[in-house]
Every structure is written in C-alpha cells, then in structure tokens.
Design a protein around this ligand. Structure first.
Ligand code: IDP
Ligand code: MG
Length: 167
C-alpha cells in the first residue's frame, strides 16, 4: 500500500551543500515527491516537531540546530515522499540516528557528525512510522501544498483574514 513520509534536509545539510546529493540518493527509492518547500523554522514549529525529545538533556541544542542557529542557515527543506513502503525505504537510505553508528553508505553515515557539545548533526530527518509521518506532514504542510489527497480535509470559511498578495 502507498504511504507517505516527511523528509527534512536540516540546516547542516543545506550549509554543506548536500541538497543535490541527498535528493539523488533518495531517488533510488523511485518514490514520488508530492510536496516540497524551503521553510524558516520558528521555535514553536521546532518544539512541536521534536515534542517527543523534550525531556532530553540536549533538547535546547536540538531546537537551535533545527532552527539553523548553529549553521547560519535559518531554514530547512521540507518534502513529502509518497509510494510503496515509503517510510522504510527512506529510513534505510537515511541511516541510523547516530551518524557514527550509521552505515557509511547511508546519508547520515556519509555526511553526519557529532559536535563537541554532543548534538547528532545528521543532515536529514525522515519519519519513523506511519503515526509520526501523519503528525509531521500535518505540522509542516497544509492540504493545498500537497498534490495528492493524503488525509481527510474540510473546507472552512474564514472572515476578516488578512493575506499578503503580490502587487
Ligand atoms: P531520528 O531522527 O533518527 O528519528 P530521534 O530519536 O527521533 O531520531 O531523534 C531526533 C533527533 O535528535 C535526531 O535526528 C538527532 O539530531 C537528535 N538526537 C537523537 N538522539 C540524540 C542523542 O543521543 N544525542 C544527541 N542528539 C540526538
Ligand atoms: Mg525521529
């Protein structure tokens, strides 16, 4: 069955100019990219994304890392990959969380590092399971930013909403 997974190229991946390398590696999966954007990461978004880590001693550093404060790159590239067994296929190429334990042929094994302060700078994020993928995709993307219907939606009418438009 087709499923979806969130991929983030983290600020270290962008600073190291790895976007092309990472996308090329992920294209081995033959999955489809159904959404993509460059996004500035607010503290709120970073905290929500890593809510399961909030009791870790490195949480504060992790939030700064995702926000780009450690790399002078205040953005991440976010994508949704979609297709058969997408979560496992992407995680396999991504590699283990700890870049020193990740196999050298994986993206994290090839390009990640552990900083002296102990943060695992592992260049990309990939959802770990279906529940996490759904939560994360809904956090990073609105329905209209994804070109396929992944989850149920509703149309709501908003009055008095200010919106920035091109002039
Ligand atoms: P994952 O990214 O492989 O799913 P998680 O356990 O969800 O791994 O951890 C989220 C992120 O937190 C990791 O990608 C890594 O950047 C960081 N992290 C996880 N465990 C550690 C640790 O023990 N020390 C330092 N950083 C860690
Ligand atoms: Mg995780």
């Amino acid at each position: 069955m087709k499923e979806q997974t969130l991929v983030l190229i983290k600020p270290d991946g962008l600073k190291k100019s790895l976007t092309g390398n990472i996308l090329t590696r992920l294209s081995e999966t033959r999955l489809e990219i159904v959404a993509s954007k460059i996004k500035r990461v607010s503290r709120e978004l970073a905290e929500k994304h890593y809510c399961h880590m909030k009791n870790e001693p490195f949480f504060e550093d992790l939030i700064k890392y995702l926000q780009g404060e450690l790399h002078d790159r205040k953005k991440v590239m976010a994508m949704v990959y979609w297709g058969e067994d997408a979560i496992n296929k992407v995680r396999a190429i991504c590699g283990k969380t700890n870049p020193e334990e990740a196999e050298a042929t994986t993206i994290r094994g090839a390009y990640g590092r552990i900083t002296t302060s102990g943060v695992y700078e592992n260049v990309m994020h990939a959802s770990a399971n279906r529940e996490e993928a759904e939560r994360e995709i809904k956090l990073w993307f609105s329905p209209d930013e994804i070109i396929v219907d992944l989850f149920p939606t509703a149309i709501i009418k908003k009055e008095n909403i200010k919106e920035r438009v091109w002039v």
